[in-house]
Design a protein around this ligand. Structure first.
Ligand code: NAI
Length: 519
């Protein structure tokens, strides 16, 4: 285990070497100011935008990117990863001389072959484990923050000494610097974003869903779990003292309870999923998928963002935040999180309207809160209107689905959706022993009862009642998945794309239901 500190780095290696910081955003500004305050010769390369004005206002000499790269010996790339390969190739590489140093702040481009570096320069990585604002604040306070460094190409034989000196210049060796490879930095970063973070998010949303459903006050649930800030305080203590040692800060009841029950959550499937996520990253599959997504204008990202905003939790958080500040809840936050609006229980709707009608004048906190509470209970708990009206017999459901499949296959909107796609969704209704599928392929839609051959890319397992609720528009699929009522297997991106035609599926299912069972 090796951690580089102040005594392992010398600013001597940077003397007489102008440094161009390309980009003056989160990291660019913080690193440039720190390097200048460490006595180094820093210029900025930036396109014509508001970041350029900020650099000028901070007293830097600012040049167009290509000119800054040409003037400097050390070029630090601090622009967004998505635009970096193009800027590098078009504006920076032409200005690099023999023995110059190219510094990345993320290993992604090089690790996944998206950024091409010329052979005649040093290529190093200096990646702070700290957001830009923290990089500057810690430096000014006299403290430090960790960074990862790496050497990808050592043309001069000095690459490591130079990157360590830069780490010292930005204030990182005051805390400690760890050497990795470009690939390790990129993969660890993506793993945290794609496995650790989402798994943690699921723990949180599942807990909220479960506890509210069991009748605990939503505002108490959110405060207990994370909105009090206690969790972030505990995380800071874990970073400072370690996971095991920090447990001393909690009561003995807490220590006994959490340690004795911890075993229940050792789930082999969790590890398997994390391994899958890591495999996706290391094989480059994620990088390819993300590149294609960007080339297409990020339609899936857009859809995922919209879906996230339909989660009851999204509204719940906003409502609680307004309430804690003693502010009235904006009316748009009191609308149903589900579509159509039948998802809010009638009494919750009434409470929502009453709360909203009280307007922005000095409303007693208690009044706001009680309105909030019943609204949120209506949003999250299975209120009367949210309860499945279902109770279809197996025979009825089979007839409805048979008609639904015919309508799906003939629907022009679904045929248009099917253009340029090729996937099958297989629905498995275990409780009634029914299967049906929808196959979308190049403008043609096939849909029928039964198991698809070949096997589908997406498999959704649920109950007859939940399916009926989802296809009638009463239940939100994300919420059903969150509460374990809908299990999904297969390609997430493909499954999410089907959300685009969710309204059409609801329309066709309602038509089939009306035709078969009457209005
Ligand atoms: P940012 O989004 O703050 O970058 C803004 C800068 O990029 C501005 O100067 C803007 O003029 C320039 N820019 C944007 N689009 C451009 C284009 N098409 N052509 C030329 N210049 C353009 O970037 P941020 O967040 O500072 O990230 C920079 C690098 O630092 C990335 O490699 C990132 O992965 C890495 N990093 C970021 C961290 C963070 O806290 N944000 C933490 C650690 C590493």
């Amino acid at each position: 285990m090796r951690v580089y500190r102040e005594e392992d780095a010398s600013l001597e290696h940077l003397q007489g070497k102008p440094i161009a910081v390309i980009g003056y955003g989160n990291q660019g500004r913080a690193q440039a100011l720190n390097l200048r305050d460490s006595g180094l010769d820093v210029i900025i390369g930036n396109r014509e935008d508001e970041y350029r004005e900020r650099a000028v206002a901070d007293g830097f000499a600012v040049w167009p990117i290509a000119e800054a790269a040409e003037r400097a010996d050390i070029v630090m790339l601090l622009i967004p990863d998505e635009v970096m390969p193009g800027v590098l190739e078009g504006q920076i590489v032409p200005g690099l001389d023999e023995g110059n140093v190219l510094v990345f702040a993320s290993g992604y481009g090089v690790a996944f072959g998206k950024a091409t570096v010329p052979p005649h320069v040093d290529v190093v990585l200096l990646a702070p484990r700290m957001i830009g604002a923290g990089v500057r604040d810690k430096y000014v306070e006299g403290g430090g923050f960790p960074s990862f460094i790496a050497v990808h190409q050592d043309r001069t034989g000095q690459a490591k000494a130079i990157v360590l000196a830069l780490a010292k210049g930005i204030g990182s060796t005051r805390f400690g610097v760890v050497e990795v490879t470009f690939a390790q930095e990129a993969e660890l970063d993506l793993y945290t974003e794609q496995c650790f973070g989402p798994a943690f998010g699921q723990v949180l949303t599942t807990s909220v869903d479960l506890l509210v459903e069991q009748g605990y006050p939503p505002e108490a649930v959110l405060l207990e779990l994370y909105m009090s800030g206690e969790l972030s305080y505990t995380m800071a203590k874990i970073a400072e003292m370690g996971l095991v040692e920090q447990s001393q800060l909690h009561s003995t009841t807490s220590q006994y309870g959490s340690m004795s029950r911890g075993m229940r959550f050792i789930l082999p499937e969790l590890r398997q999923r994390m391994q899958q996520g890591l495999d996706d990253i290391r094989s480059g599959r994620f990088a390819e998928e993300w590149e294609a997504e960007q080339a297409a204008g990020c339609p899936t990202l857009q859809m995922l963002r919209e879906s996230a905003r339909t989660l009851p939790l999204y509204r719940l958080e906003h409502q609680l935040r307004h309430t804690l500040r003693g502010e009235p809840i904006p009316p748009e936050l009191l609308e149903s999180a589900e579509a159509p609006s039948a998802a809010i229980a009638p009494e919750a709707q009434a409470a929502a309207e009453a709360t909203s009608a009280r307007g922005s004048s000095a409303v007693a906190r208690g009044g706001l809160f009680s309105g909030l509470v019943s609204t949120l209970r209506g949003l999250l708990a299975p209120g009367p209107a949210a309860a499945p009206t279902g109770s279809l017999s197996r025979q009825q459901l089979e007839r409805v689905l048979r008609r639904f499949c015919q309508l799906v296959a003939d629907d022009p909107a679904l045929q248009a959706f099917s253009q340029g796609r090729s996937f099958t969704s297989h629905y498995v209704l275990g409780d009634v022993g029914l299967d049906f599928f929808m196959r979308f392929g190049d403008g043609v839609v096939q849909s029928a009862l039964g198991v698809p051959v070949p096997p589908a890319e997406v498999r959704l397992e649920t109950s007859a009642e939940v399916l009926d609720g989802m296809l009638s528009g009463r239940l939100n699929a994300m919420r059903a998945a969150m509460s374990g009522k809908l299990q999904f297997k297969g390609e997430a991106k493909v499954a999410m794309s089907q959300q685009q035609v969710q309204n059409d599926l609801v329309r066709l299912y309602s038509q089939a239901r009306n035709e078969v069972l009457g209005p």
